[in-house]
Design a protein around this ligand. Structure first.
Ligand code: ZN
Length: 145
């Protein structure tokens, strides 16, 4: 898999120094997601209050793409209103479904545009989406409580 070297650095940096990693005891819901095709796993704690993502923490094991993407996702949605967080998620899902045809909107996705090249590799898209899908699941569960 070849990614732009600058983007590779962003991904490697998140992989080595993941943000919001380590589960907080304060949470509305906890979800656990796995990506069997690669062996990636994530446990995510979400604290939702007043329609705002007050806290999102995670722990997991897996490849650099899954770990870096979870780090980027958690930092992006932290402190955002739920609707805004889901809009970012939607934008990232679109990028991952683009098969390499999109660059991603950096104003919305920030560091997540570094993962744009992953969309050319269908097997790795699941790695990149793991944390995001866990977050979406957690939001749905928290809102139905
Ligand atoms: Zn993976």
């Amino acid at each position: 898999m070849e990614l732009d070297s600058l983007y590779q650095e962003v991904i490697l940096d998140h992989y080595k120094h993941p943000l919001h990693k380590g589960l907080s005891s304060q949470m509305s819901v906890q979800v656990h997601h796995v990506n069997p095709s690669c062996g990636d796993e994530i446990t995510l704690n979400l604290l939702l209050d007043g329609g705002v993502v007050q806290d999102v923490t995670w722990d997991g094991v897996g490849c650099s793409i899954s770990q870096a993407s979870s780090s980027i996702m958690s930092d992006l949605v932290h402190g955002k209103r739920v609707e805004e967080a889901l809009t970012i998620l939607e934008s990232f899902s679109e990028l991952m479904a683009s098969k390499g045809s999109q660059q991603g909107d950096e104003a919305v996705l920030e560091d997540a545009v570094a993962l744009a090249g992953v969309s050319k590799f269908p097997a790795r898209v699941k790695c990149a989406l793991l944390g995001w899908m866990a977050f979406k699941d957690a939001v749905l569960q928290a809102e139905s409580k």
